[in-house]
Design a protein around this ligand. Structure first.
Ligand code: TYM
Length: 338
């Protein structure tokens, strides 16, 4: 059986979104919206697994509205595509419990993001952080979504979702009940790196604000961060091969190519042999030109939180209309008396 194409993706409302979230995921969502039905979720339940979301109710609510505003400002059309917060659709949590019973400890122990986030003191990490990828599988499969546009860092979580789907279908003898959701990882900036360290991913939780460009940064902040971005002493490379072992140069070129919608070889040719100072000015101008309209629209939307709440409520109603019948089938399949 082939499943109807359906896109689902989500972002955590922890701190503000950054350029990595935009180029790695959000920009692709807007494109996919033209090709397939989509659902976009603000994963507030996942945000409870993060220090910046846990026991900070006002911050979590504010970040949920801000992420919603970012989706819309970047071009997701809430009239066409449901946008909703995860906690409003209780079926996510219901399916996550069932999937907790499907997933194996051995699978979970391989999750690299848990190891990174838990750090050295694993004993003190929350159980929620550990089962985070199981909830993510439920987010996707509760709609039988087939395509999941994400950055490269989510690839392993998608593999887990596929394993959970296959095991459920097999163990309950319901072949093809859940689809095998495919990651959609496209563009030249699927892994945007920190501006301070080319070996580290740009992240919402990095202690240094200079490591990332936030979608809420103004033109001066953007220009300042790009100017201070770490580089090496060589001029810009003349070919792809010369990028080897130059992660900072590679990162800035990838960002430029993604923002300009150009392929990277073209960008390399354009700046070959030049000094970083001139390239950084061009990159700052481009970044400001692309982000300023999004930032301005976010500000406009956030001035009317009641409208954002209305969008989230309506999105959740439409999402539930898909999830409830699927959950009914799941409950019957596992033997719950309904
Ligand atoms: P989150 O909130 O960490 O990130 C949101 C999206 O942004 C992408 N991303 C990046 N892409 C390129 N470079 C970077 N430096 C970078 N940092 C983040 C992420 O890959 C992601 O696509 N687990 C997910 C949230 C989630 C989800 C889901 C996603 C929960 N349920 C269901 C898809 C489907 C996450 O941590 O996102």
């Amino acid at each position: 059986m082939t499943h109807k194409p359906l896109v689902l993706s989500g972002m955590q409302p922890t701190n503000t979104l950054h350029l990595g979230n935009y180029l790695g995921a959000l920009k692709n969502w807007v494109r996919l919206q033209e090709q397939m039905p989509c659902l976009f979720c603000v994963v507030d339940m996942h945000a409870l697994t993060q220090e910046s979301g846990y026991a900070k109710p006002a911050d979590l609510a504010r970040a949920t509205r801000e992420v919603t505003a970012a989706y819309i400002a970047a071009g997701v059309d809430p009239a066409r595509t449901p946008i909703f917060n995860q906690s409003r659709v209780p079926e996510h949590g219901e399916l996550a419990w069932i999937f907790n019973c499907v997933a194996r400890l051995g699978w979970m122990d391989r999750m690299t993001q848990f190891k990174e986030k838990a750090g050295k003191d694993k004993e003190r990490a929350s159980v929620g952080l550990y089962t985070y990828p199981v909830l993510m599988a439920a987010d996707i499969l509760v709609y039988k979504a087939t395509h999941v546009p994400v950055g490269e860092d989510q690839k392993q979580h998608l593999e887990l979702a596929r394993d959970i789907a296959a095991k459920f279908n097999n163990d309950f003898a319901v072949p093809d009940f859940f689809p095998q959701p495919e990651p959609v990882i496209t563009g030249t900036a699927t892994r945007v790196m920190s501006l301070r360290d080319g070996a580290k991913k740009m992240s919402k939780t990095d202690a240094s604000d200079n490591s990332r460009i936030n979608l809420t940064d103004d033109a001066d902040a953007i220009a300042g961060k790009i100017k201070r971005a770490k580089t090496d002493p060589l001029p810009l490379p003349a070919s792809k091969d010369e990028l080897k072992d130059r992660p900072e140069a590679e990162n800035l070129l990838n960002i430029y190519a993604a923002l300009a919608d150009q392929d990277r070889d073209g960008v390399i040719a354009q700046f070959a042999g030049q000094q970083f100072s001139g390239f950084k000015t061009a990159l700052a101008d481009l970044t400001v030109a692309k982000l300023a309209p999004i930032t301005a629209e976010m500000r406009r939307l956030l001035a009317d939180p009641a409208e954002i709440d209305r969008i989230l409520r309506s999105g959740a109603d439409r999402a539930r209309a898909i999830a409830v019948p699927i959950m009914d089938e799941v409950k019957k399949t596992v033997g719950f008396v309904t």
